[in-house]
Ligand binder design. Structure first.
Ligand code: NAD
Ligand code: GLY
Length: 370
């Protein structure tokens, strides 16, 4: 793709019958009043954002879509605010703003804002429309697509929520210009995930283009977002409510969520924990004889090249602690943790059949490296 194309607008479709919707990807979409006008009715829109993103992009969205700036709520920033108290704030503001069943919620922010705005849309007056404007790489390649919405409970992440698909997703890659490097790299973990689970050719492309991606080269970035969203859209179209194949999108997450929980969500960003979780899952695949040492080593190098952590934080005290936390995974069936593993690079499957001893050995080996 030439850099001239980098300014074009691309469109993908999430094919879900009556609930199908487009994903637009391009630079400067937040300034495209003609395109936004097709999906956003100014009179009925209500914006949900946070205290970091709103000062950067809310004015622009208000101006482009001709919105009433008073019809918005700005939440505190952080995963710790992804809770029922923030939902209450959204509902309070919507009721005060006289939102009705014709309201469209516009989610302007990263995955935390998107998940909460989407959940508010699923609940408000039993369900209103919403449109995603994701502003982190992680949200652009993962959380804004597929309709998983919700909040955390003190005893578990994303425990309260609903499947509620957006009416459209607008990925303005210009918003990434203000995103911190660490957050950007955390998003790359989810990009790499698609290569591991479903797209070996893309994995090769990532090996060859990681430096360009890290440098935020516009062409490389657009390609990575397109390929990731295409992969996510295809999996969601096959299994919208995760009765089967959609679980492969959680590759590395069972390990990652346990690490996040063991460190009280304070040591690693979600994407970083997923990167480390994928490394551990790949290592487990090697120990189970599913992938060979060469494929494991090249995968480890890719995760490291993305600038993602490959060692557990110091505060993880034991493999048993991680194992116990893995039992809280939403993929547990009849008490057995099911893991997403790879048959080969680019081909994931989910299974509860593996050796517990090998899993314990793997976890202890990572704890002992700390
Ligand atoms: P986040 O929403 O907390 O954003 C990360 C940080 O970047 C925040 O401080 C945010 O305010 C800031 N930020 C956002 N956009 C910015 C911009 N353009 N410029 C500067 N700063 C910006 O975190 P995230 O990584 O986007 O999302 C993580 C959340 O997504 C988690 O809660 C996770 O559970 C959820 N998630 C959901 C799904 C899903 O399918 N629904 C998938 C993956 C992750
Ligand atoms: N991020 C996992 C999913 O959307 O299913």
């Amino acid at each position: 793709m030439s850099s001239a194309d980098a300014n074009a607008i691309s469109r993908l479709e999430v094919e879900l019958g009556a609930r199908s919707y487009p994903i637009y990807i391009g630079r400067g979409l937040l300034a495209d009043s003609e395109l936004l006008g097709k999906y956003v009715d100014a009179a009925s829109a209500f914006v949900v954002s946070n205290e970091t993103v709103a000062p950067l992009y809310l004015d622009q969205l208000v101006k482009t879509a001709g919105l009433d700036p008073a019809r918005s709520v700005v939440l505190a920033d952080g995963e710790q605010y992804k809770n029922i108290a923030s939902m209450q704030k959204i509902f309070d503001a919507m009721i005060a703003g006289q939102c009705d069943r014709g309201t469209t919620i516009l989610a302007l922010g990263g995955g935390v804002v998107g998940d909460m705005a989407g959940f508010a849309a699923a609940c408000y007056q039993r369900g209103v429309r919403f449109v995603q404007f994701p502003t982190t790489l992680l949200a652009q390649v993962d959380s804004s697509v597929g309709g998983k919405t919700g909040v955390n409970h003190p005893l578990g992440k994303n425990m309260i929520g609903a499947f509620h698909q957006p009416g459209a997703v607008f990925i303005d890659t210009n918003t990434l210009d203000t995103l911190a490097d660490r957050e950007y790299r955390a998003g790359i973990a989810e990009v790499i995930k698609y290569g591991f689970i479903r797209d070996r050719e893309f994995l090769q492309w990532l090996h060859e283009n990681m430096a360009r991606l890290l440098a935020r080269d516009p062409d490389a970035l657009r390609h990575a977002i397109m390929r990731s969203c295409a992969c996510k859209a295809a999996v969601v179209a096959d299994d919208e409510t995760e009765n089967g194949v959609r679980a492969i999108l959680n590759f590395g997450h069972t390990f990652g969520h346990a690490i996040e929980s063991a460190t009280a969500y304070s040591a690693l960003l979600h994407g970083e924990a997923v990167g480390l979780g994928m490394l551990m899952a790949l290592d487990f695949c090697k120990r189970c004889g599913l992938i060979d040492a060469h494929d494991f080593e090249s995968s480890r190098q890719l995760i490291e090249a993305a600038g993602l952590p490959v060692l557990l934080p110091h505060t993880v005290s034991s493999g048993k602690q991680l194992l116990r936390l893995m039992q809280h995974d939403k993929k547990v069936k009849r008490g057995r943790v099911r893991l997403v593993l790879l048959k080969s690079l680019g081909e994931a499957f989910i299974t509860g059949e593996y050796s517990d001893e090998l899993l314990e050995e793997l976890l202890e080996s990572y704890v002992s490296q700390v």
